[in-house]
Design a binder for this molecule. Structure first.
Ligand code: FFO
Ligand code: ATP
Length: 180
């Protein structure tokens, strides 16, 4: 049995140390670019702490004519919503120190979900912050393309898979593209 809280703390520390060593940014894989088309809704996120920054992917999506959205959360019992976000538009302070769109921004249905995560494995299973926000969003939008974004050092040998977990379709790290 893997102790998830202990694993989360360990990975946060590993990620902090990795970022302190000045890793290269994430670059945009051709397989990601190939999937973009005009009018698709792509959800990004604003990195917190030492999370990998998905902006290169989000910028490429905007250039391809995609619409960008960002997650918006309130309390755990309420689902996360994806709200429209124009690059440069002001963000507001949310819970957990998050920056997010204003609560009255337009809610969108995602086609591609750029997903933050704490840990992942070679089978493209993921471990998040533990609030289940992305797990619930994946269940609500099962047809969206689930692309995890992380640093390569966040890969682990295996993760406990919960009944509600939905495997990612692909992962982007500073080392490149992983798919199944
Ligand atoms: N950048 C980013 N945005 C995101 C997420 C994420 O993982 N990363 N989320 C993914 O769900 C949602 C926010 N969910 C969160 C759920 C729990 C905690 C949390 O428990 N934070 C701890 C401290 C974490 C730390 O030490 O790094 C806390 O505040 O006590 C944070 C965000 C939506 N936006
Ligand atoms: N589809 C779902 N419907 C309702 N509750 C869910 C669903 N998926 C997950 N949950 C709940 O979310 C909680 C968190 O699960 P877990 O520890 O696997 O989160 P995580 O993968 O770290 O989180 P996240 O998806 O936010 O990154 C669990 O208590 C679980 O019951």
């Amino acid at each position: 049995m893997i102790d998830k809280p202990a694993l989360r703390a360990h990975i946060r520390a590993t990620r902090d140390a990795f970022v302190a060593s000045n890793p290269p940014p994430i670059t945009v894989p051709d397989a990601f670019r190939a999937r973009l088309s005009h009018g698709l809704t792509v959800t990004s996120y604003v990195p917190m702490g030492s999370e990998a920054d998905p902006s290169p992917l989000a910028r490429t999506a905007t250039e391809a004519g995609c619409v960008l959205a960002l997650p918006h959360v309130t309390v755990r019992s309420e689902p996360m919503r994806f709200l429209a976000w124009e690059t440069e538009a002001a963000l507001e302070a949310g819970p957990f120190g998050l920056s997010q769109p204003a609560a009255d921004a337009i809610e969108l249905r995602p086609d591609i979900i750029l997903t933050p995560m704490l840990a992942f494995d070679a089978k493209l299973d993921r471990l998040g912050q533990g609030a289940g926000y992305y797990d619930r969003a994946f269940a609500r939008f099962p047809d969206a393309w689930r692309v995890g974004v992380a640093w390569s050092v966040q890969q682990v040998d295996g993760l406990p898979v919960e009944p509600w977990d939905m495997t990612l379709h692909a992962i982007v790290t500073e080392r490149g593209w992983m798919t199944r």
